[in-house]
Design a protein around this ligand. Structure first.
Ligand code: NDP
Length: 348
């Protein structure tokens, strides 16, 4: 069967496309320009998967009917495209594409996606968590409410991370509202995937660490650019994460598992403390990038000594995912090794 993947050239989406192709699906990816599509064609032909891949150009996901053509003839949709960037001029640069892109693809599905059986949308734990300093375990029952409150209070002065969280919260709410409103006449059902921080080897087209997607940028900076992260405080910060390949597999299982229909599902590999990634890199027999980064250092090992149980501030209940998908997650050591090897291949 054929699956439409939006924003196919992105960090997560490219792994979603690859995993689908590896499992024998036909994939149509949307990209914003021909160059980006050609890059994908070339990448997938190098690994022998290009014959089942095609791309279409959707320049502006905000435009009314942007996906009308793209959804024609596909059996399922993975809507991954959404801005995750600090590089914005106004709140609407995040909120607009997140919300209108999501509602737009659902509208197109009703209008012209007559074969569609299921739509999977990449939301985020950003739509689940409320920032906290007390160790808290969130589940699918939780919704981010603080981002909306902050935005009401601060408007355009709202910090960009909160705006991003707001964009994901509003987009996911809009998806559920749309779904519930039209449920009786839909040929498809909806699954929402909520990943926390996504790390792991990139396969998308990035030329240097400076142009990495945001989550990998954070990871790279923490591990290698210690001068940006001088304080013990910063490396003590904890959160939760998932490998990009597990994230992609979750998106594919979301198409395959009948019982996933109508569910929001957190896919999370575990907690982390930033210092742990430095230590994971140090623990490798050979860190292929060490020589290139003179600032690479040991960070502050005492952070972990002070927290022997590795309690993290933000963690997630994954019992729903385990019941529906039963995934086995990559470890910090595996992800670190594979990521550094991929960076080294690129000559970083
Ligand atoms: P990337 O920046 O690598 O990918 C984002 C994709 O969305 C790109 O294909 C990009 O296209 C496309 N896109 C962004 N803005 C627009 C727009 N205005 N119009 C059309 N396309 C647009 O990020 P990720 O792969 O990390 O993110 C993918 C999804 O996963 C997003 O929905 C994000 O919110 C979600 N997510 C990410 C997490 C993470 O830690 N990385 C965690 C949880 C959720 P282009 O390349 O042309 O700009």
């Amino acid at each position: 069967s054929k699956v439409l993947v939006s924003g196919a050239n992105g960090y997560i989406a490219m792994w979603v496309v690859r995993t689908l192709l590896e499992q024998g699906y036909q994939v149509r990816g949307t990209v914003r320009s021909k160059d980006k599509g050609e890059f994908l064609k070339q990448y997938f032909s190098q690994i022998g998967l290009a014959d089942k891949f095609e791309f279409v150009i959707v320049e502006d996901i905000i435009k009314e009917g942007a996906f009308d053509e793209a959804v024609k003839g596909v059996d399922a949709v993975e809507h991954v495209a959404s801005p995750f960037t600090y590089d914005i001029k106004a709140s609407d640069d995040l909120l607009g594409p997140a919300v209108q892109g999501t509602v737009g693809i659902l509208r197109s599905a009703i209008k012209t996606g007559t074969q569609i059986k299921r739509i999977v949308i990449t939301s985020s734990c950003a739509a689940v968590l409320n920032p906290t300093t007390i160790p808290t375990k969130f589940s699918e029952k939780d919704w981010n409410t603080t981002a909306e409150e902050e935005f009401k209070r601060l408007g355009e002065k709202t910090p960009v991370m909160s705006l991003y969280r707001l964009s994901k919260t509003r987009a996911e709410r809009a998806a559920w509202d749309f779904y519930n409103e039209h449920k009786s006449k839909l040929t498809w059902d909806l699954v929402i995937i909520n990943p926390p921080f996504v790390f792991g080897p990139p396969i998308h087209n990035i030329k240097s660490p400076k142009s990495l997607n945001l989550s990998l940028q954070f990871w790279f900076d923490a591990v290698f650019l210690a001068e940006n992260y001088k304080t013990k405080e910063v490396l003590s910060v904890s959160n939760s994460w998932v490998d990009v390949r597990d994230t992609a597999l979750g998106h594919v299982l979301a198409l395959q598992k009948e019982e996933a229909g109508g569910e929001r599902i957190i896919t999370c590999g575990g907690g982390f403390i930033w210092q742990e990634w430095i230590q994971a890199a140090n623990a490798l027999p050979e860190n292929p990038l060490k020589a290139n980064y003179p600032d690479f250092q040991r960070g502050f090992p005492e952070i972990l000594e002070a927290n022997p149980q590795r309690i993290v501030t933000i963690s997630y209940d994954i019992s729903k995912e385990q019941r529906l998908f039963g995934m086995k997650y990559k470890t910090q050591a595996e992800t670190t090794k594979d990521t550094l090897e991929e960076f080294a291949k690129r000559g970083w």
